[in-house]
Design a protein around this ligand. Structure first.
Ligand code: UT7
Length: 371
């Protein structure tokens, strides 16, 4: 029997604090006009001191699981794609596994910069299609604000924090993840990197003094690369699936720069209206940008059951890739999880057991409350 990997639940976690371009004008030599005209970004979210990559990832995962109607104990695999992990090791995914109580799940991180979510979704889908596992949670999560140099106007205006998660479930019903292409060009590794803290340049007082623990980017080559590969990878995945661009209802691209998306749209001879764009509100959230944009598209009714969607990304590595899916939705009809509910899940997650009982208005006793 052929097995298919369906996207049956989704959720996001977006910090409440909004940093606008006008706020940035007070921090570095920039202007709202420059940022909007060169990138399309107007504001981004910044994690509060108690939020981390793992906590945002866990909040998004819990919302996605609730939407899918799957209990954490039913998850076989958690993959976190991230460029700003909780630690070099252990994997952020292991911390998420513990927070959400996914007691039987394997968990690992995937490092492919902004393309990471595409690669992770493809890996999880392949594991489901081969019958190796049945249920996976794939998360893109970032706290880029922690690794950005807030005095470097070339980079700090671009990035934001957030997380997005999909639940993937196996079924014999055709649909779900249909095809994917994954590519890398490591000759461009140095144009976008976090130079220190690894085996090549271990952290030292000197690396900190020289700011080598921050993101370094040469924007122009990344821009040129992005404008070439987005259309290329989209065409490749569509052809590999035996479809044409006319079959595609919507493109959910990595949200880096509006001008990059315009070039990709021209290259594909597709109207911008077919591209989901929300980078004006969240900036570039790296691995999280594609799931955050896909969730918004689904919630706004732009991505409906049965629609063919191409998710396409590029980023440090250099990496790029695209994934074509037929959008499924929960196996049983369920509305998206409301923002108030996501906030409640987050409060429950971070509260101690006594505080959880209070939030739930339960009598505070010594009874056990499951995670
Ligand atoms: O997820 C993947 C991550 N990376 C990307 O997607 C980045 C891809 N690259 C880009 O999006 C663009 O290259 C940027 C938005 C980063 C930069 O736009 P650009 O049109 O390539 O600008 P530029 O780097 O060529 O700089 C043009 C000018 C320079 O001044 P001079 O040398 O012409 O006097 C910069 O110093 O703009 C200056 N500049 C700024 N001015 C005001 C650079 N950053 C800023 C700023 N505010 N924030």
């Amino acid at each position: 029997m052929t097995r298919y990997a369906h996207i049956t639940g989704w959720g996001t976690a977006l910090p409440e604090h909004v940093l606008t371009n006008h706020d940035l004008e007070q921090m570095v030599d920039t202007s709202d006009e420059w940022i909007v005209s060169r990138t399309g970004i107007r504001e981004r979210r910044i994690a509060s001191p108690d939020q981390t990559t793992a906590s945002l990832a866990a909040d998004a995962a819990l919302a996605a699981l609730e939407h899918a109607g799957v209990k954490p104990s039913g998850v076989d695999l958690i993959i976190v794609a991230t460029s700003s992990p909780e630690h070099t090791f252990p994997a952020t995914a292991c911390i998420v596994q513990d927070i959400i109580g996914a007691s039987k799940a394997g968990a690992f991180d995937l490092s492919a910069a902004c393309t990471g979510f595409i690669f992770a979704l493809n890996m999880a889908a392949q594991a489901i299609r081969t019958g190796s596992i049945d249920t996976a949670v794939v998360i893109g999560a970032e706290t880029l604000s922690r690794i950005v140099n807030w005095q470097d106007r070339n980079t700090c205006i671009l990035f934001g924090d957030g997380a997005g998660a999909f639940v993937l479930q196996g079924s014999e019903e055709p649909g779900g993840v249909l095809e994917a292409v994954m590519h890398a060009d490591g000759s461009g590794a140095d144009v976008l990197s976090l130079p220190a803290g690894g085996s090549k340049i271990p952290t030292s007082a000197d690396t900190v003094a020289h700011g080598l623990h921050y993101v370094h980017m040469d924007g122009r080559p990344v821009f040129r690369f992005a404008t070439r590969v987005m259309a290329e990878a989209t065409r490749e995945v569509v052809e590999k699936a035996g479809l044409t661009l006319d079959d595609i209802a919507i493109i959910v691209p990595h949200q880096a720069n509006y001008r990059i998306l315009e070039v990709a749209a021209r290259g594909l001879k597709m109207p911008m209206a077919k591209f989901m764009v929300n980078l004006d509100k969240y900036g570039n959230t790296s691995t999280a940008s594609i799931p955050i944009a896909a969730v918004e598209a689904a919630e706004k009714g732009r991505l409906r059951k049965g629609d063919k969607v191409v998710m396409v990304g590029f980023g440090g590595g250099l990496t790029y890739g695209a994934l074509l899916a037929e959008w499924t939705g929960p196996f049983e009809d369920k509305p998206p999880v409301k923002p108030e509910r996501i906030r409640l899940l987050a409060r429950l997650r971070s509260a101690g057991k006594r505080a959880r009982r209070k939030i739930l208005n339960l009598p505070v006793g010594d009874e056990k409350l499951g995670g």
